[in-house]
Ligand binder design. Structure first.
Ligand SMILES: [Fe+2]
Length: 238
């Protein structure tokens, strides 16, 4: 099966619409999302409505769980006090503006989706199946990859949370970080759409970068009352 994965959409409806069109054009038979549907950009309700309307299934991210349950903190790790302050403002804004239906939807998302395809078991989750806010970067140790491979019963592991895409093949398993649709942090502001193709003899993973109106999305952040800081971050993909 050839399917698309949408990581970390984070309230960015412009990016989501462009990602959806790109996935359709690329011939994706199905689309999955990896959670973190709100925060940093203002359209959490519209993102949820879009996913429902287009039957896009997915898993729960740390941000989703925290918004749904009115937690004190989003569970994200800040690198400095300014980032922490901005993250807190984004989280408060999102809790205030997410509708009752949106919160219910976020709260009901599963932590993991698994399926079989061509004799291979695929598992999709936000960060890890057990801990939804662990940053699984590409440069994690060999030991870490092997430990996760042992713990997770799958041949193909697909996750997000770091907003930086990569593929690694280790010990007969395939590790795919799908990056982020709505808030890339790898220096490329275009939406990241990950296409996975599971065939009998190979597993393909392609990170499609999709242009969309970043300027319009950034303007919507400013207009919404969210910190302008996130508009700048969107443009620099940092
Ligand atoms: Fe995220």
């Amino acid at each position: 099966m050839r399917f698309a994965v949408f990581g970390d959409i984070h309230g960015n409806i412009e990016a989501l619409r462009a990602a959806y069109d790109a996935a359709q054009q690329a011939g994706a038979e199905k689309i999955y999302h990896l959670g973190d549907l709100g925060g940093y950009s203002p359209f959490v309700n519209e993102v949820v409505d879009f996913l429902i309307e287009h039957s896009i299934e997915g898993v729960q991210g740390n941000y989703d769980e925290a918004v749904a349950n009115d937690r004190e903190h989003c569970g994200c790790k800040a690198e400095d006090p300014v980032q922490e302050e901005m993250a807190n403002r984004s989280f408060a804004w999102t809790k205030e503006h997410a509708s009752r239906n949106t919160k219910e939807f976020l709260g009901n998302l599963r932590s993991e989706i698994t399926f079989m395809d061509h004799g291979r078991r695929a598992s999709l989750f936000h960060a890890t199946p057990r801990k939804n806010n662990l940053y699984w970067y590409e440069d994690r140790s060999e030991k870490f990859f092997h430990e996760m491979a042992d713990k997770i019963n799958a041949d193909i592991l697909i996750y997000g949370h770091t907003h930086k895409p990569y593929r690694k093949d280790k010990g007969g398993k395939i590790f795919i970080n799908a990056g982020s649709v709505g808030k890339p942090k790898d220096g490329d502001p275009r939406a990241c759409v990950t296409l996975v193709d599971i065939a009998a003899d190979r597993v393909g993973a392609e990170f499609l970068r999709v242009s969309y109106n970043v300027e319009k999305a950034a303007q919507a952040i400013v207009t919404s009352g969210l910190p302008g800081y996130f508009a700048e971050k969107l443009k620099e993909a940092g």
